[in-house]
Design a protein around this ligand. Structure first.
Ligand code: NAG
Ligand code: NAG
Ligand code: NAG
Ligand code: NAG
Ligand code: NAG
Length: 438
């Protein structure tokens, strides 16, 4: 989930820093971690990957011109591309709050941690009240904050997909991967326009302080930037207990996805890391500030056996564990999708449909002087397969953005990614090598 702050995001720091690192051969993972001052930690936890259900895949035959101005390529006579709008594939983890464990989405694209309160109002998109069951959430939190409610303060958050929630603010001890973070500010949601997957109960916000969405007062209708009240999110509070960093190793394979706090998980081996600073941004014309995990790639490249293209200075990108696809500027997304063989075709709402058996191009993101390829298995999503008279179509891992460029799970899978929120404020990315080792 990317917390929605599009209109408010005024500038990226556009300075290019290109580091050139010498290539070293055959370093062991231990050498590599030592070189990066990364420690292997026991405080890691598995992530489970929940694909969308059939009903969530709102696919239909695509007809006519698209609404959003992207060029539509027909693949040949008689072909009818799919209109392909995926619901998110969610990575979930277990989090201890209030004496029990909850299934939650670890989300680097937002900073607020919340659980549905048992008394929450489920709203439709027009904010009409519906039965709670319509929101399709996992178990909800009964009772009140054990660490006390914060008077005269509330959460009011909107996510990029159009979901919005309001909730009370208070304190709870939160246990992640065996570490208990005492007195963490979080929200119990009182009203929500959002659809769950029947499993998760809330979100574990892993973003930084600038992305929190608390407001003073009790009436959300009065919320404005002037009444916003930032607070210390989990990644800040956890520095009382452990090193202020977390890392994720996601995979489309069962049982190869992990999140760890304070270090990197033990059962993952990698090649060398690319390191890049987290970029500050400004909202509402205010001073630059750490908001999203925003990075500035050196370049982007796409190639297949016939053609290639390079973007020397692409836009800034957000690293978001809670978003399924990668979202790039429309021209970049189109060029990449054109290089599948056969080419992917535009399906509306930013997404592209591609033959499930197509050959994906090689896509590389240049980060910190190194080229990080997107794993080919991330570029065609088999769990989105729809059969048509023209063959089986899947959703492409590269979509066109609606303003912000996002490196989602379809980039993060098969990488070990470190979010270092210490004073260094940097991100590290390395390709995993443990696939065959297990
Ligand atoms: C929560 O999960 C942890 C780790 O799996 C386990 O040790 C603990 O007993 C669980 N707590 C409850 C209340 O089920
Ligand atoms: C929690 O307590 C506050 C007062 O401290 C109250 O206003 C609120 O309704 C309570 N919430 C629930 C779910 O009981
Ligand atoms: C706060 O929530 C209300 C009601 O859900 C909504 O109408 C309003 O736009 C929100 N304001 C902000 C700043 O998010
Ligand atoms: C993966 O984990 C599940 C339970 O979480 C277990 O049932 C399954 O056997 C595991 N698969 C492998 C390949 O280890
Ligand atoms: C990239 O494409 C150009 C023509 O567009 C060609 O001259 C060049 O050799 C290609 N480079 C690679 C590495 O394929």
């Amino acid at each position: 989930m990317t917390r929605y702050a599009l209109q408010r995001l005024l500038s990226w720091l556009m300075i290019q820093v290109v580091l050139t690192a010498p290539l070293k051969d055959s370093l062991t993972t231990r050498d590599i971690l030592a070189e990066e001052s990364l420690v292997v930690t026991d405080t890691y936890f598995p992530l489970s990957r929940i694909p969308p259900t059939r009903d969530d895949l709102q696919t239909s035959r695509f007809q006519g011109q698209t609404e959003d101005g992207l060029q539509v390529r027909q693949t040949g006579p008689g072909t009818a591309p799919l209109r392909a709008i995926p619901k998110q594939t969610q990575y979930l983890m277990s989090v201890g709050i209030g004496g029990r464990n909850w299934s939650m989405i670890p989300d680097s694209g937002s900073a607020d941690t919340w659980l549905m309160s048992s008394t929450f109002q489920c709203l439709d998109r027009s904010h009409n009240q519906q039965d709670q069951i319509a929101c399709n959430f996992g178990p909800s939190f009964t009772g009140n904050f054990s660490g006390g409610r914060i008077a005269d303060e509330h959460m009011n958050i909107s996510y990029g997909g159009g979901d919005s929630l309001n909730g009370d603010m208070g304190y709870e001890d939160i246990t992640v991967a065996g570490i208990t973070i005492p007195k963490q500010q979080m929200s119990l949601v009182t009203s929500a326009s959002i659809r769950g997957n029947g499993i998760f109960s809330g979100i574990l916000g892993l973003g930084m302080r600038g992305l929190t969405t608390s407001y003073t007062g009790s009436n959300p209708a009065n919320d404005s930037p002037a009444t916003a009240k930032e607070y210390a999110p989990l990644v800040e509070t956890m520095s009382k207990k452990i090193a202020p960093l977390f890392s994720v190793a996601m995979s489309r394979d069962d049982n190869r996805s992990f999140i760890s706090f304070g270090g990197v998980p033990p059962n993952v081996t990698t090649g060398e890391f690319a390191t890049t600073p987290i970029r500050q941004m400004s909202m509402n014309g205010g001073p630059k500030h750490y908001i999203y995990y925003g990075i500035m790639p050196d370049n982007m490249k796409v190639s297949n056996t016939e053609a290639n293209q390079t973007w020397p200075r692409p836009v800034g990108m957000l690293v978001d564990t809670g978003t399924t696809l990668n979202y790039f500027p429309a021209d970049v997304a189109q060029a990449i999708n054109d290089l599948f063989v056969p080419p992917a075709v535009y399906g509306g709402e930013g997404t592209f449909a591609v033959r499930c058996d197509a050959v994906p191009p090689r896509v590389e993101i240049g980060i910190g002087g190194k080229a990080i390829p997107i794993n080919p298995s991330n570029l065609i999503l088999p769990e989105t397969k729809q059969s048509t008279p023209d063959g089986d179509y899947c959703i492409s891992g590269v979509a066109a953005n609606a303003g912000l460029s996002i490196l989602g799970d379809a980039f993060l899978e098969e990488l070990l990614v470190v979010f270092d929120v210490s004073d260094k404020k940097q991100m590290k990315f390395a390709q995993r090598t443990d696939k065959t080792a297990q």
